[in-house]
Design a protein around this ligand. Structure first.
Ligand code: PRX
Length: 669
């Protein structure tokens, strides 16, 4: 582990001492809550028994023998001997229970009036058709399928069809570049790509297939590309290849709606989701079927207090991220939810689109990210005040620490009219791609929320804040966030790299057997947890994880760049922003007048727009320790315009003053 920041520093702890506000759950909500306070103790008394009870909420083809097999840590297994089909649980069983006519998805396209309501019966038919089509295309259980799609119903159908036939999917966010897609296809050896011609974003069709085509030519693995026609736009210079490309409406549309789901082992791989780590190569986080479905569905039921008969749920995440997997697809659908899925951006065709959708569909449970809330705060309350959002009863937050101002605004402005004007509780949910499901969060009918705190571990989860040695820190102190007991939806390994799995998550506290989350945290006087952010070389930009080294690698792959160092600097809108310090090769001279734009464009092409540096500084030297390690902490001080910290370990301490002086030549837009 590289700990670059101390979560125990005065600065990080100071902000917490001033926050005294508490919000009790509305009485009505508390009186009818799905999960009450007794769950915590019951779960702690016998964790496996508690999770077995939650597993009973699902339909198993064969019951498990062992709830938790911990004979080979950290390679834990859950519900071994059990057999289950995830798609059956998300779709068929609701139809069999007589709820086929219930709307599963209110899909809202970005163009106005472009909507589709899909019932569970219709969803079942489409998933069966897609499963049959995938089988006809040669996909069998165990084969990997890459999904590179916009937020259209077919993306969810594609995921469930893969799950139904036991083919692990790897969904790659549509905003990622062809290179990023290719490296993921390569790493998990996907032989089929499911994509679309494009999707609507900010009022215009945005192409996807050309990037998919480019990715395909960078590997020789992909045999077929299944293409949904969404926008009808031109397919770009790569066009259509009859040997490879197949239209979704041809093969899925023509397939039978009869399909018998096969039951897979509880530990059968469900999907691989790539996420940034502290090295340049993204990690393929592997989730398996039974335990994942148990925890995603239980936490969705508990933390959103889901009443499937009356609630309308909306999670604004993209299915390209873990939140979309766990809290649009698997958790909510396993619970038989009615949910909104929206294709586009919040400001198309005009500001306030999200709030109009909440009013139109009577959304009761809403789940989004602090970065979005902050951007709406900037626009002012006039925009949301135009919509009637009195239907709301719970608001969720995920992806990064929510600052108290954003929390209060979310509660008062978005949720002010909710719960009959009593205000809408916020559940600040801490979890990670690796944890698969919510881990630390308030329970909306139990917890008196504090603005900025994820509060306590959920029933059945054991988390703590510890020091370097792994000892629990006392209340009022900071340290590192750990999970002290295995949990059902935990990652099982890093795809193809068991050593990296052990090294990254389990080595730091190997003698204790704790999972190291990579976050700093503090326990307040009551023992409630405040997550402070990453302590490794991972940035959090708008709730998206980016690795500093990955962006550095992208920069040094540019012919004019000799060396690069990237840091995440505080940013009012995005939480953190990417700041890069670049040394040019001698042959590049001063790089030319367009050098900064050129490099920003290069990163965008290599990784995707989300990784584009906010700021690039061309420098002559970088601060390094005597052993040659870049001192990112000092660069962060410069990027955040702070007084530069302790430089005594610098090989050449004059470097920093040169860099600081060079700030004036930095470039932003
Ligand atoms: O630093 C924490 C932050 O996001 C990281 C996980 O990122 P990712 O795997 O992309 O998953 C995002 C969606 C679950 C964590 O290590 N994080 C996530 N939620 C919170 C948070 N930090 C503080 N409070 C949260 N509620």
């Amino acid at each position: 582990m590289t700990v670059t920041d101390s979560p125990t520093s005065e600065e990080t702890l100071a902000n917490l001492s001033t926050e005294n506000r508490r919000f009790e759950p509305p009485a009505e909500l508390a009186a009818h809550a799905n999960v009450t306070a007794e769950a915590y103790e019951r779960a702690a008394a016998d964790r496996p028994a508690f999770w077995a009870e939650q597993a009973e909420r699902l339909t198993w083809a064969e019951r498990w023998d062992t709830v938790l097999d911990d004979s080979n840590p950290p390679f834990y297994q859950w519900f071994t001997g059990g057999k289950i089909n995830a798609a059956y649980n998300c779709v068929d069983r609701h139809v069999e229970a007589g709820r086929g006519d219930k709307v599963a998805i209110h899909w809202v396209g970005e163009p106005l009036d472009d909507t589709r309501d899909i019932t569970y019966a219709q969803l079942k038919d489409e998933v069966c058709q897609a499963a049959n089509a995938l089988t006809d295309l040669g996909i069998a259980a165990g084969d990997r399928v890459a999904i590179y799609m916009p937020m259209i119903p077919e993306a969810i159908v594609a995921m469930l069809a893969c799950a139904r036939i036991g083919a692990p999917h790897t969904v790659v966010f549509g905003g990622f570049s062809a290179d990023a897609l290719a490296s993921r296809i390569d790493d998990c050896q996907a032989k089929l790509v499911i994509t679309s011609d494009g999707g609507y974003r900010r009022g215009a069709p945005a192409a996807l297939k050309p990037a998919g085509d480019e990715a395909r030519t960078k590997t020789d693995l992909v045999e077929k590309v299944l293409v949904v026609r969404r926008t009808g736009q031109d397919l770009g210079p790569s066009g259509w290849d009859d040997d490879v490309d197949v239209w979704w409406h041809d093969v899925v549309g023509a397939a039978s709606t009869d399909h018998t789901p096969e039951a897979f082992d509880a530990e059968h791989p469900l999907y691989v989701m790539y996420t940034s780590g502290s090295t340049g190569k993204p990690k393929g986080i592997l989730h398996t079927t039974g335990g994942y479905l148990v925890q995603t569905s239980y936490t969705h039921h508990a933390v959103f207090d889901l009443k499937p008969e009356t609630d309308v749920y909306w999670c604004t995440a993209d299915i390209g991220w873990v939140t979309g997997h766990s809290y649009i697809v698997y958790g909510p659908l396993a619970n038989g939810v009615t949910q909104v899925v929206y294709e586009g951006t919040p400001d198309a065709p005009e500001r306030g689109r999200w709030w109009q959708i909440i009013e139109q569909y009577g959304v009761t449970l809403f789940y989004t990210a602090p970065t979005a809330i902050r951007s709406f705060m900037k626009q002012g309350r006039d925009v949301p005040d135009k919509s009637d959002m009195s239907s709301l009863r719970i608001l969720g937050s995920v992806g990064e620490p929510i600052n108290p101002e954003a929390y209060i605004w979310y509660r008062d402005v978005i949720g002010g009219a909710g719960n009959n004007g009593q205000g809408t509780p916020i559940v600040d949910t801490w979890w990670q791609t690796e944890t698969g499901a919510l881990m630390i969060s308030p329970l909306p009918g139990v917890t008196a929320g504090k603005p900025g705190s994820a509060m306590t571990a959920l029933p059945g989860i054991a988390a703590d804040v510890v020091d370097d040695q792994g000892d629990s820190v006392p209340n009022g102190s900071g340290g590192y966030l750990v999970i002290t007991e295995p949990w059902p939806s935990m990652l099982r390994t890093i795809w193809g790299d068991r050593d990296r799995y052990v090294d990254t998550y389990w080595k730091t506290y190997a003698d204790r057997g704790y999972y190291f989350a990579g976050d700093g945290a503090k326990k307040d006087a009551d023992g409630d947890i405040w997550v402070l952010g990453r302590v490794d070389d991972v940035m959090n930009v708008s709730g998206h994880r980016l690795s500093t080294t990955e962006i550095e690698s992208a920069l040094v792959s540019h012919p004019k760049v000799a060396e690069a160092a990237v840091v995440g600097a505080k940013d009012e809108d995005t939480g953190q922003a990417v700041c890069a310090f670049v040394i040019l090769r001698e042959s590049a001279g001063d790089g030319g007048p367009e050098i900064v734009q050129e490099l920003r464009g290069h990163v965008r092409k290599e990784i995707g727009p989300i990784a584009t540096p906010r700021q690039i500084m061309i420098v002559a030297e970088l601060p390094k320790t005597r052993s040659g390690k870049i001192m990112r902490r000092l660069l962060r001080d410069v990027a955040e315009n702070r007084e530069v910290g302790d430089v005594t370990t610098l090989a050449d301490s004059s470097v920093m003053s040169l860099i600081s002086q060079g700030m004036s030549s930095s470039s932003e837009d």
